[in-house]
Design a protein around this ligand. Structure first.
Ligand code: MBD
Ligand code: FE
Length: 301
């Protein structure tokens, strides 16, 4: 069965491009790539032309997700599977593929209407060393892991699970978290490679398509310095430093200039081959700034 191999790229829409340039380079450590297009710039994490396209469209939300497949045959097989399951998609034009810096591209929507793309052959600029926006001890973990993970808005988690299964991801509910109102949050996590999850959903209603984007450093000290910078700038931290039970990553959640969250991380373990579920994170992740849709008690009392 052909499957997506990684969360390859994403597009975000922003209102304050200057604030994003500063945040992305000076806090996170991403590299800016500007190809002279008036309405957008790019963020680089490795040798790819870009991993994140930043569109100045005022939406302050996710614009699209790009899932990679191995090559043209795999894209054809996946397209056949979508068709067989009654999922509508569109083959993108050569111009649209070039706009994404890929050779082959399909466009569709997930069950919640999140713009979704599947592609093969990203442009990899091997001749341009990755140059982080601030000095880093290490790099971003992308090799074999994709760019990171996203928590997406989904009305119907079961429909979302079926859709992402069709793309080739696997997973399940991984937490049962007792909420103050007596309900139990049961978020779903799905993976397609070594990264423990590339997409998650089922955290309840969300005002935006995206709740957070996780980016992972290879070196602990880069996460530590990002944390210092976030604290020095007095940015909202929605979840304090802590260690997740499912991916074992040390992370914290800091607001970005679009008013949603970046989860910055280090030290994740690879996806397990058998599902587990948890009732608490390992430590930390206390709720701090509210209003970011993360007022979930991640630590059991
Ligand atoms: C995550 O990355 C996450 O964002 C949550 C809420 C739980 C486990 C892992
Ligand atoms: Fe996360």
């Amino acid at each position: 069965m052909s499957t997506v191999t990684e969360l390859g790229y994403l597009g975000i829409g922003v209102s304050d491009a200057e604030a994003w340039r500063e945040y992305a380079t000076q806090l996170v450590g991403l590299q800016i790539v500007d190809d002279g297009e008036r309405d957008r710039f790019y963020l680089r994490m490795d040798l790819w032309h870009h991993r994140i396209a930043v569109h100045q469209d005022g939406s302050d939300d996710l614009a699209y997700l790009g899932w990679r497949v191995a090559g043209p045959d795999e894209l054809e097989q996946l397209a056949a599977r979508l068709k067989g399951s009654g999922v509508k998609y569109r083959e993108a034009s050569t111009e649209e593929a070039a706009e994404r810096r890929v050779l082959g591209l399909l466009k569709l929507e997930d069950p919640a209407g999140n713009p979704t793309e599947m592609f093969w052959a990203p442009q990899v600029d091997c001749h341009k060393p990755f140059h982080p926006g601030r000095p880093l001890f290490g790099r971003f973990l992308t090799e074999g892991h994709g760019l990171g993970h996203c928590i997406l808005r989904q009305k119907d988690p079961t429909a979302a699970y079926r859709f992402y299964r069709l793309l080739g991801l696997t997973g399940s509910v991984e937490y049962q978290l007792a909420l103050p109102n007596g309900m139990v949050a049961q978020p779903w996590f799905m993976h397609c490679n070594a990264r423990q999850h590339s997409v998650a959903f089922g955290f309840g209603p969300m005002p935006k398509r995206i709740n957070h984007l996780l980016l992972e450093y290879t070196h602990l000290d880069d996460l530590g310095q990002a944390h210092d910078l976030a604290r020095e700038r007095k940015l909202d931290v929605a979840l304090q430093l802590g260690k997740h039970a499912n991916d074992h990553a040390l992370t914290f959640y800091v607001a970005n200039p679009s008013g949603w969250l970046c989860e910055l991380a280090w030290g994740s373990r690879p996806a397990l081959t058998q599902q587990e579920h948890y009732r608490s994170d390992v430590f930390g992740h206390q709720n701090e700034a509210s209003g970011y849709g993360t007022d979930i008690p991640m630590r059991a009392p």
